[in-house]
Design a protein around this ligand. Sequence first.
Ligand SMILES: C=C(O[C@@H]1C=C(C(=O)O)C=C[C@H]1O)C(=O)O
Length: 343
Amino acid sequence: MSQHAALQAHFTPLDGTAPQPAPGRHVLGTVAFGERTALSLTGQGYPELAIPMASPGFDSFREVWTTGAEPVTGTRGGLAFAHDGEYLFISGAIEPLPVYGPTVREVYEEAFALVGELGYPHIFRMWNFVGGIISPNAEGMEIYQDFVAGRAEAFASYGDGTGHMPAATGIGTRGEGISFTLLACREGSPRHVENQRQTPAYHYPEQYGPKPPSFARATRLHPAGGEQGDGALFVSGTASILGHETVHRGDIAAQTDVVLENIAELISGPNLAAAGLDGGHELKDLRLVKVYVRHEADLPVVRERCQAAFGPDTEVMYMNVAVCRDDLLVEIEGLVPGREWTR
Ligand SMILES: C=C(O[C@@H]1C=C(C(=O)O)C=C[C@H]1O)C(=O)O
């Protein structure tokens, strides 16, 4: 496989200086987890989505996606994008609205249309940043449900032949409005993975909202011209849910343990084998972990359990934001790098 197309990511400090990619690497896109809300093409050309996620005592940082080939960048409507011949990065932002569903549908459909037009049909990872996620919209519907319904309608128009939906995160922010980032590829093939401990989110019963959420528990990217184990395994935002039910309401330690057990099971050999995939991983293999903590005071307990579970090389960032159900106190996401992932 050519080193050329390899997709990689890293965290850098959010100190105002532009990220410096390693020699031969180019920035495809960035997400700044700081104080601001903004979507722009930077002076260097690549898209940067800024999300208000930082708060005292928690982390602020930039996630930088890089590639070996020089990207082409552009904007369309509310979208900014960059693509390098194999990978496409798109970010979009929706201003605060009384009701989000129809606009989410429209903007996500625009993003899916762009994916098709530019020729990167396989979406393998999405992040959805939902301000006021568990607050009501102007009609009294929870904003997450409002968002989920619009996204489900957009996904009805998207299909790349690999089935189902990509790994995703749907998480609160410390601001308002909804924004998102997606990664898609041209020749590579994503394989979506469910968790034997959890009901697939797209099969959640109606008690959680009129439409079920459109995401897979994990996606392994099988890169173009590579072997299955060459691509990263992207782990979706994972919470203290067994089957479709929240477990250990009000108990942060027990919820954190269930989240870690859910991820351990998801990335394990037997669970991957059930999805027809090779390999197997442990929590210490995770990288670029983000931990979303609902209540500020719970951070020490969550941090202690995460430090015990992850490896010395696992980068972990903590943010103080709401999760998609009122009774979920913590959520964790990350990825297991593939063989093409070298620093
Ligand atoms: C925590 C859950 O869902 C969250 C919401 C998601 C979404 O709507 O895209 C994806 C993963 C999680 O961030 C869950 O349902 O298990």
